[in-house]
Ligand binder design. Structure first.
Ligand SMILES: [Fe+2]
Length: 452
C-alpha cells in the first residue's frame, strides 16, 4: 500500500485529467497492494465502511462492503475517478436522466483487478454482487472530497437527496441532519431493459478462453430442454433463421454434397431440418461441446462428436460443405478463431465451402455499437477484450454467454489470408427487417468461403 500511496503522491494535480489518472493507476495489481491492514471494520452489516487513505493530490478511499450491500444511486458532479476491485465482485449499474425519468442502463460485473470508470456526470450505484462474500474496493477520485457535502442521491421512488458534510456514507437511510435537502416526487423510474429478452452483461476482466467455453456450455445447459423452442418464441429470430436456411438449401441443391459437417450443431435440429429440406442423402456429421445436446443430435441420425472442434479428430478430410450457423461468434478469442478456421480449411476438400453467419459490429440495430462504446469507456483493451466482444444473458436466466461481433472487411481479409476465397457476404436482417436481404451496414452477415 505504501508504494501505491507514494506513487499517487507523485501526481501533478495541475496536469491531471481523466485519461491520465487511468494511466497513473496502471498496473492495478491487487496482489501487490497490502490493503488488509488498512481495511475499515464493518460497523453495520447493511452499510459499507470507508477509510480515507489520502486526500492530496488525489483522494484514495478504501471501502469494505458486506455481502449484498450497495451504494445509493449517486451523481458524480465535478469529481471523477476509478474504482479498483481488490477482492470480491462489484456490480456497477449506470443510469441516465431524460425528461424527468431516471432510466437504468448498463450493468457491468467487475471482479478482482478490474477498474470501474466513474467519469464526471455519471449517475450510478455499486453493489456487492455476492450475497456471501465481502467486496473490497479502492477508489481514486479527483478532486478530493474531504466529505460528502453536496453529493446527490437518487431513490427509485423519485426522491433526490443532497448530503451535507455530516453524512458518513452515500446512503438514503441516514439521520435527517445528514441531508441538505430531501425532495420527493422529482422523477419517475424506468428499467431500461423493459421489453428486452437478452441483456448485455459485461464481465471485467475478460474471463479466460477456458472459462468462456464453460460459461457458454452452462448457458446452453440451462436451456437445453427449452432451446429447441426458443426460436419459435422469438418471431424475428425464426424469420431470420428460415431465410438463412432457404439460402443454404438452395446452395446445397446446387453443390449436391456427399459429406456435410455442422459445427456447434447443438441438438442437431437445424442441420437435420436443412437436410430434410434439400431431400438429399448426404452423410451428416456434427460437433458440439455440450454433451446433453450432442446426445440429442445422435438421436437424429447425425454422426456427432461431443467435443471441442479443436480437439476432435474426424478421419474424413474431404467434406464438401462445413456449416457453422449462429455460433462462430461464440469462439472466445481471435487466436482460437484462426485455429478454428485453419482446421475447417484442412477438413474441406479443395473447392469445398464453409458457410457461417456472424453478428455485424456496425449494425446500428444490434449490440455492436454499444459494445464499442463500452470498450472505449471501460478501457476494455486493458482487461483482455477484443473490439466486438460481448457478454450477454437471457433476461430471466442466470447464466452468461459470449459472442464476438465482426467487422466485415477484417473478417473477409482474415479468411483470405487463411486460404479461402470469400465468394459472397449476404447482409440479412435480424432484429430489424427480419429475413430481408439488406445493403450497407445493416444486418447479420452470412459468409460463403471457398477453400482455394
Ligand atoms: Fe461513484
Amino acid at each position: 500500500m505504501k508504494a501505491l500511496l507514494d506513487k499517487m503522491k507523485m501526481i501533478d494535480a495541475s496536469q491531471l485529467d481523466y485519461k491520465k489518472l487511468f494511466d497513473f493507476i496502471l498496473p492495478f495489481e491487487p496482489r501487490d497492494i497490502a490493503y488488509k491492514e488498512f481495511l475499515p471494520k464493518i460497523v453495520n452489516p447493511k452499510e459499507y465502511s470507508r477509510r480515507i487513505l489520502m486526500l492530496n493530490p488525489i483522494e484514495l478511499v478504501l471501502i469494505h462492503w458486506p455481502p449484498g450491500v450497495e451504494s445509493a444511486i449517486h451523481l458524480h458532479e465535478g469529481f471523477w475517478g476509478y474504482v479498483g476491485v481488490l477482492e470480491g465482485e462489484a456490480l456497477n449499474v449506470e443510469y441516465t436522466i431524460e425528461n424527468k425519468t431516471l432510466i437504468q442502463n448498463r450493468a457491468v460485473i467487475v471482479k478482482r483487478s478490474g477498474l470501474i470508470p466513474e467519469p464526471d456526470g455519471v449517475i450510478h450505484k455499486i453493489t456487492n454482487a455476492s450475497l456471501t462474500k465481502p467486496l473490497i474496493t479502492l477508489h481514486f477520485y479527483f478532486p478530493a472530497m474531504p466529505n460528502l457535502d453536496g453529493l446527490k442521491l437518487f431513490s427509485t421512488d423519485g426522491t433526490i437527496v443532497e448530503l451535507n458534510s455530516k453524512a458518513p456514507s452515500a446512503s438514503l437511510f441516514l439521520p435527517k441532519d445528514c441531508y441538505k435537502s430531501y425532495k420527493k416526487s422529482q422523477f419517475s423510474f424506468e428499467d431500461g431493459s423493459k421489453g428486452k429478452t437478452h441483456l448485455i452483461s459485461p464481465i471485467i476482466p475478460k474471463p479466460s478462453n477456458k472459462e468462456i467455453k464453460e460459461m457458454i456450455q452452462d448457458y446452453y445447459t440451462e436451456q437445453a430442454h427449452s432451446y429447441d423452442n426458443s426460436d419459435l418464441e422469438d418471431d424475428k429470430r425464426r424469420i431470420y433463421v428460415d431465410a438463412i436456411n432457404k439460402i443454404i438449401v438452395k446452395e446445397f441443391l446446387r453443390i449436391k454434397p456427399h459429406k456435410v459437417l455442422d459445427l456447434a450443431t447443438g441438438t442437431g435440429r437445424r442441420a437435420s431440418k436443412i437436410k430434410e429440406m434439400t431431400g438429399l442423402d448426404y452423410e451428416l456429421y456434427g460437433v458440439d461441446l455440450n454433451l446433453e445436446m450432442c446426445e440429442q443430435a445422435k438421436k437424429k441420425g447425425i454422426i456427432a462428436y461431443c467435443s471441442d472442434w479443436l480437439d476432435v479428430s474426424i478421419k474424413d478430410e474431404d467434406m464438401d460443405i462445413i456449416t457453422m450457423l449462429y455460433s462462430f461468434g461464440h469462439i472466445p478469442s481471435s487466436s482460437e478463431r484462426i485455429q478454428f478456421l485453419e482446421k475447417i480449411h484442412f477438413k474441406l476438400k479443395p473447392g469445398g465451402v464453409f458457410y457461417f453467419d456472424v453478428f455485424n459490429i456496425n449494425d446500428p440495430y444490434e449490440w455492436g455499437p454499444r459494445a464499442l462504446a463500452l470498450f472505449e469507456e471501460y478501457n476494455l483493451d486493458y482487461f483482455g477484450y477484443e473490439k466486438g466482444d460481448v457478454f450477454y444473458k437471457r433476461k430471466e436466466m442466470e447464466k452468461v454467454s459470449f459472442l464476438h461481433y465482426f467487422e466485415e472487411e477484417r473478417l473477409v481479409a482474415l479468411l483470405e489470408s487463411l486460404g479461402f476465397e470469400v465468394e459472397s457476404v449476404v447482409h440479412m436482417g435480424y432484429v430489424h427487417k427480419s429475413g430481408e436481404i439488406l445493403s450497407g451496414i445493416e444486418g447479420k452477415l452470412l459468409i460463403k468461403a471457398i477453400k482455394k
